[in-house]
Design a protein around this ligand. Structure first.
Ligand code: HEC
Length: 135
């Protein structure tokens, strides 16, 4: 039902525009998938997270993270466990256990960073710098 002019315009204009949309969408998807796992954090935020893990997580997992009410979070204890599952535990907690969800407090990228650090041996708390101490 298209008149020949319209059909012509469609075939000339739409494929490139559609292709561009698809490329942009694929690109954005890749960027967000990649970013959620590997985006570097600002060093100031890393300092805040180290302090938070040592203090808040440490209140359950032990000040040396070697276990308390919560299980040990040492490299030895976490070795071989699936990273995605550990990140999910931080984001959503463990229903039926005292492990609370941190979604809304931590981003997924931050949870990946924390697990990564825990698996390598968590850095010492250097306290909070004057900026960014309060979230
Ligand atoms: C209120 C106490 C509490 C706090 C606060 C807490 N946890 Fe937990 N967490 C637990 C308990 C209890 C478990 C064990 C759950 C189970 O029995 O499966 C656990 C389990 C985990 C696990 C899974 C360990 C494994 O070997 O499977 C990770 C990872 C974890 N916590 C990280 C954190 C991090 C990071 C924080 C701070 C952002 C945190 N937790 C704060 C109580 C806590």
């Amino acid at each position: 039902m298209l008149n020949p002019d319209e059909a012509h315009t469609d075939s000339m204009m739409k494929p490139p525009a559609l292709l561009l949309h698809v490329l942009v969408l694929v690109g954005l998807t890749l960027v967000s998938v990649f970013a959620s796992a590997t985006q570097p954090l600002a060093s100031e935020r890393e300092r805040v997270l180290v302090h938070m893990v040592r203090q808040d997580c440490g209140s359950c997992h032990g000040l040396t993270l070697s276990g308390g009410l919560g299980s040990a979070l040492t490299p030895a204890a976490l070795a071989g466990k699936p990273v995605d599952g550990l990140v999910a535990t931080i984001m959503d907690g463990r229903p039926g256990t005292p492990m609370p969800p941190f979604r809304g407090i931590l981003s997924e990228a931050e949870a990946y960073w924390i697990i990564d650090q825990l698996m390598q041996g968590f850095p010492a708390d250097r306290g909070l710098a004057s900026q960014g101490a309060q979230r």
